[in-house]
Design a protein around this ligand. Structure first.
Ligand code: GRF
Length: 201
C-alpha cells in the first residue's frame, strides 16, 4: 500500500509509522505533504528520502487543486493525516473516499472540532477534570474530527498535575494506535458496517 502522510509539525507520528518493523513490508510512504513550506516532519521525510510537497500558492508549492493528481501519479492509495491542521480539499476527499484517516489526541466525539488541536485539546481535557483521555483514529470528511471512528485507546490521567502530562501520555498512545490502524488497512482488515467500523483480528 502506497501512502501519503500529511503533517504540520514535528512529525513524531510520521516517525512512528516509519519505525514499525511490521509495517515496512506492507506499506511504503511515498509522499509527505504539509500546508507549511517547511516543518520538522519534512526533515524526517528527507532523512528517509521521501518526497515532500507543500500545499499552497507560489514558488515550489503545489496548489490544493493539483495535489490530487500529484498523489495519483505517485500511485498513492491511502492518506494519513498526522498533525495536519487544515481541512482536506473536496477533490481529495472524492478521490480517496474512505481512504483518508486522521489521528486525534483525545477520545472523540469529545474534545474535537475546529480549534481543537495540540495543547488546546489537552488543556480542555485537564480543565474538564476527566479521569481518562486517549487517542482516536477516524475517517476524514469535510469537517474537523467528525468522520467515523476506526479505533480508540484510553490512558489513565487521574493522577496528572498538568495538561502537558496528558499530552505526553496521549502521544505514547498515538504512536501505538496509528501504525496498528494503518497495518489493518494494509491487510484489508477494516470493515465498515453501517455507521460502525470494525477491525478484524
Ligand atoms: C498529534 O498530537 C496528533 O494527535 C495531532 O497533531 C499532533 C501531531 O504530532 N493531530 P506529530 O507532528 O505527529 O508529532
Amino acid at each position: 500500500m502506497k501512502i501519503a502522510v500529511f503533517v504540520s509539525g514535528r512529525g513524531s507520528n510520521l516517525n512512528a509509522l516509519l519505525n514499525l518493523p511490521d509495517l515496512k513490508k506492507l506499506v511504503s510512504i511515498v509522499a509527505v505533504v504539509s500546508d507549511k513550506i517547511d516543518c520538522k516532519a519534512f526533515d524526517i521525510a528527507k532523512e528517509y528520502r521521501i518526497e515532500t510537497f507543500s500545499i499552497g500558492e507560489g514558488e515550489g508549492r503545489v496548489s490544493k487543486y493539483e495535489i490530487t493528481s500529484v498523489l495519483k501519479n505517485l500511485d498513492v492509495n491511502f492518506i494519513v493525516l498526522a498533525g495536519y491542521l487544515k481541512l482536506i480539499p473536496d477533490e481529495l476527499l472524492k478521490n480517496f473516499e474512505n481512504r483518508i484517516i486522521n489521528i486525534h489526541p483525545a477520545l472523540l466525539p469529545s474534545f474535537g472540532g475546529k480549534g481543537m488541536y495540540g495543547m488546546n485539546v489537552h488543556k480542555a481535557v485537564f480543565n474538564s477534570s476527566a479521569k481518562v483521555s486517549g487517542a482516536s483514529v477516524h475517517f476524514v470528511d469535510n469537517t474537523y474530527d467528525t468522520g467515523k471512528i476506526i479505533a480508540q485507546k484510553c490512558v489513565d490521567i487521574s493522577d496528572v498535575k498538568s495538561a502537558e502530562e496528558i499530552a505526553e501520555r496521549v502521544l505514547t498512545i498515538e504512536h501505538q494506535i496509528l501504525p496498528e490502524v494503518v497495518k489493518a488497512f494494509a491487510e484489508n482488515r477494516v470493515k465498515i458496517e453501517s455507521n460502525r467500523v470494525v477491525i478484524l483480528k
